[in-house]
Design a protein. Structure first.
Ligand code: G3H
Ligand code: 13P
Ligand code: ZN
Length: 313
């Protein structure tokens, strides 16, 4: 039987009904892809590997697709290849043409009508090619690629908008804003992070059975923040989303949870510590290997304790 990259359609149906979520992890190079997919294999978990426009520029359009195909061969798992935060029709089309099985069109900074029009255009092209589409309503605080959305500008998703948006666009999943944000500085130090479960509930009441996506869902493990700070880094006040709240969201309508920053912290912490302890070492495998291993352990932890998707492949 030949294995290939799959869409998230079946993954989300099972996740919705099973009260768990699929992890969507950002990938930029081979070691990150290996760390994530080795963890998924050991846990027999379905997984989404997502590529941002920045990642696609960094690695070029061929390498990440081929590395993900390699991961499918190595693991035999259902793996979905997703474009994260596509901002134009052309970028989404290009990824569909390259073999992505899922694309996000993020027109959340546009007006409601312009968001609908652009999302609809992407849906028409993607669906014609068997590819699913994630859209976004509401704005997250923090850094999305190069665009800086200040905390004051962040606006929660309006539940009264979601039904019309999904009906008119035909999108397959919807990212909503309920208090998460991108990056490692999500909440003010000293305050108690609390996601807006009331909004999530209102949204899911209006969209029964429809998969909801949470961006900005890193939890910023203090173990790695400390490791970075103890080995020459400087990241005071880095705070993420509590893992128990993500676990709760994944029991509800949330079927996809996006995690990037946590992997960056694990990789950077591991490498900083390595160089601090091994100043004479210059073989990249000596530090990329442990970084890959720590990404793997972190993803296993997410799969088992946050997403609940272990054994669901
Ligand atoms: O939401 C953004 C993701 O963390 C990807 O970040 O655009 O720097 O690749 P990036
Ligand atoms: P984090 O920065 O919280 O990891 O969010 C990643 C994300 O939402 C990618 O789209
Ligand atoms: Zn995001």
């Amino acid at each position: 039987m030949s294995m290939s990259i799959v869409t998230s359609k079946e993954m989300f149906e099972k996740a919705y009904n099973g009260g768990y979520a699929i992890g969507a992890f950002n990938v930029n190079n081979m070691e990150i892809i290996q760390g994530i997919t080795e963890a998924a294999k050991e846990c027999q978990a379905p997984v989404i590997l997502q590529v941002s426009s920045g990642a696609r520029k960094y690695a070029n359009r061929t390498y990440l697709v081929k590395l993900v195909e390699a991961a499918v061969i190595e693991t035999g798992l259902p793996i979905c290849l997703h474009l994260d935060h596509g901002d134009t029709f052309e970028l989404c089309k290009s990824c569909v043409d390259d073999g992505f099985t899922s694309v996000m069109i993020d027109a959340s900074s546009k007006s409601f009508e312009d968001n609908i029009a652009l999302t609809r255009q992407v849906v028409e092209y993607a669906h014609d090619h068997g590819v699913v589409v994630e859209a976004e309503l509401g704005t997250l605080a923090g850094v999305e690629d190069d665009v800086n959305v200040s905390a004051e500008d962040s606006s929660y998703t309006r539940p009264e908008d979601v039904q019309e948006f999904v009906e008119r666009t035909g999108c397959d999943s919807l990212a909503i804003a309920i208090g998460t944000s991108h990056g490692a500085y999500k909440f003010k130090p000293g305050t108690k992070p609390q996601l807006r479960f009331d909004i999530l509930e209102e949204v899911s009441k209006r969209l029964p059975g429809f998969p909801i996506v949470l961006h900005g869902s890193s939890s910023v493990p203090q173990e790695y923040v400390q490791m970075i700070n103890e080995h020459g880094g400087n990241m005071p006040g880095a705070i993420g989303v509590p893992e128990d709240q993500l676990r709760e969201a994944s029991r509800l309508a949330v079927c996809k949870i996006n995690i990037d920053s946590d992997l960056r912290l694990a990789m950077t912490g591991t490498i900083r510590k390595f160089f601090d302890e091994n100043p004479g070492e210059f073989d990249p495998r000596k530090y990329l290997g442990p970084a890959r291993e720590n990404i793997k352990q972190l993803v296993k932890h997410k799969i088992i304790n946050v997403l609940g998707c272990d054994g669901k492949a």
